[in-house]
Design a protein around this ligand. Structure first.
Ligand code: GRF
Length: 190
């Protein structure tokens, strides 16, 4: 008799409220499980949620210890937790080339634009200023190039007359919450 296939072990990295982490957690148990939620901001609201949800957490600020020591400790914590994949979910720190190389092909990120458009910050304001008819979000592999790795999935939403960066962000965020769990599940299965 064969049992259910093992769930892929995912570490989720956050820096803030963690709504994408919550969406990932809501869909865990089918293709993947979350083995640790890690944050570079010990005060991140998402970390408190993860703790309450009973998820293992790891919090460490690079402040005072430097990027190299911080990333070494993060790497050790993720491996200790048994992570096979890393899902960045509002993680606002650039990972070093060394870190990316150690996890090559196993780090994914969600970005609030239709990549390759609007890499970096202020994506919604830039899409509105450009007069775009639609915006959206992308899940992509993380490489050494900021928001530059292979796009694994995208969701589109309209930009409506009168939209502000905030109203557009809200519409895109709802799409993010649907897209990320689906793409992550596909990714770990392939
Ligand atoms: C999301 O818009 C995500 O695309 C971007 O940062 C935001 C994080 O939001 N990378 P949350 O912390 O998941 O609520």
């Amino acid at each position: 008799m064969t049992g259910a296939p093992a769930l892929a072990k995912v570490a989720v990295l956050i820096s803030g409220r963690g709504s994408n982490m919550q969406a990932l957690a809501a869909h865990a148990g089918d293709a993947y499980e979350i083995v640790v939620v890690a944050s570079d901001k010990p005060e991140a609201a998402g970390l408190a949620w993860a703790l309450q949800a009973g998820l293992p957490t790891f919090a460490l600020s690079p402040r005072g210890i430097g990027k190299q020591a911080y990333e070494a400790a993060l790497d050790a914590a993720l491996r200790e937790a048994g992570a096979e994949w890393i899902a960045l979910a509002g993680y606002m720190r650039l990972l070093s080339d060394d870190f990316v190389a150690r996890w090559r092909g196993r780090i994914v990120n969600i970005h609030p634009s239709l990549l390759p458009k609007y890499k970096g910050l202020d994506t919604h304001a830039r899409a509105i200023a450009a007069g775009d008819a639609e915006a959206g979000c992308s899940v992509h592999l993380v490489t050494e190039e900021l928001d530059g790795g292979e796009v694994l999935g995208q969701a589109r939403v309209p930009i409506l007359p009168g939209d502000t960066p905030d109203t557009l962000a809200e519409r895109v965020l709802a799409a993010e919450h649907r897209l990320y769990p689906a793409v992550l599940a596909d990714m770990v299965r392939r």
